[in-house]
Design a protein around this ligand. Structure first.
Ligand code: CP
Length: 306
């Protein structure tokens, strides 16, 4: 594969190969010298049409640690501000002969469209409400390293499922790897027909969290909601915010995850988020760099040599 556009379509063999490679990079990233030459001579452009802290910085570090020349396009100061289209922007950058483009865009499907117009490898760093494949891979690596497996686990994904590309990528990956997946959301934030993906849907945290090994919380995405239904954050926290009381509905040693950025006191209580034994949130960030190195490394093997 020259591109990574989503988890959908990857086989368990593909996923395991990426996680195994990422495991090797975790060890490299814990050394004083974190660099290798896997991408020496290659050019990577990060093109983010939406805000990002974790994904953009970890893709930049990942490329640099592999020896690539990495350029971050600043959308706010680019000709996109003058009305240049996504495709014209991509074709323009493509003419500069990059090897890898890492793209985040607010529209679902935009990254796949762009990948058809360029000669380089393309990584989806999040497209609208569709997919965020490297997030699901780093979540899987975090779970696998802590619990030793993914198969047979019961994982709950909770909150704003409707707007979440993280939820969609995680549902595909966890089901492919043999976990059972529950999604928990208020009825207004539950996508119609989500069960057709293979997840079980719940509107009650108490019922949904029962017997879960892992509780993944999602950010409530106010920026994707328009007028008609914006929940009160106080009411949302009362029914869906993860505090110790609700966490007790899951298994006694259940682990807590959140892709970030967090709205503390809205979808997650600070005490739970910062729990040193049960929260994996910092591990997720650490795994992000190694997973992105694995993805860039794997894709580079399918790039032309000139
Ligand atoms: N989890 C995640 O995608 O975070 P950023 O928006 O900060 O990249």
């Amino acid at each position: 594969h020259r591109h990574l556009l989503g988890i959908q379509g990857l086989t368990p063999i593909d996923i395991n190969a990426l996680l195994d490679l990422a495991d090797e990079y975790v060890e490299q990233n814990r050394q004083v010298d974190k660099k290798s030459a896997v991408l020496r001579g290659r050019t990577q452009i990060n093109l983010f049409f939406e805000a990002s802290t974790r994904t953009q910085s970890s893709f930049e570090l990942a490329g640099k640690r592999l020896g690539a020349d990495v350029m971050n396009m600043s959308v706010s100061t680019s000709a996109i501000k003058k009305g240049e289209s996504l495709i014209d922007t991509a074709v323009t950058l493509n003419a500069m002969r990059p090897d890898l483009l890492v793209v985040r865009h607010p529209d679902s499907g935009a990254v796949a469209l762009l990948s058809q117009k360029v000669d380089c490898g393309v990584v989806n760093a999040g497209d609208g409400t569709h997919e965020h494949p490297t997030q699901a891979l780093l979540d899987a690596l975090t779970i696998r390293r802590r619990l030793g497996r993914i198969e047979g686990l019961r994982v709950a994904i909770c909150g704003d499922i409707l707007h979440s590309r993280v939820a969609r990528s995680n549902i595909h990956l966890l089901l492919a790897m043999g976990a059972s997946v529950r999604v928990i959301a208020p009825p207004t934030l539950m996508p119609i027909g989500i069960e057709t993906m293979g997840a079980q849907a719940f509107t009650s945290m108490k019922e949904g969290l029962d017997g879960c090994d892992v509780v993944m919380m999602l950010r409530i995405q106010m920026e994707r909601m328009s007028g008609s239904f914006i929940p009160s954050t106080r009411e949302y926290f009362r029914y869906y915010g993860l505090d110790y009381e609700k966490l007790a509905y899951a298994k006694p040693d259940a682990l807590v995850m959140h892709p970030g950025p967090m709205n503390r006191g809205v979808e997650i209580d600070s005490l739970v988020a910062d729990d040193v034994d049960r929260s994996l949130i910092r591990d997720q960030v650490e795994m992000g760099v190694s997973v992105r190195m694995a993805v860039l490394d794997a894709l580079s093997r399918h790039l032309p040599n000139q």
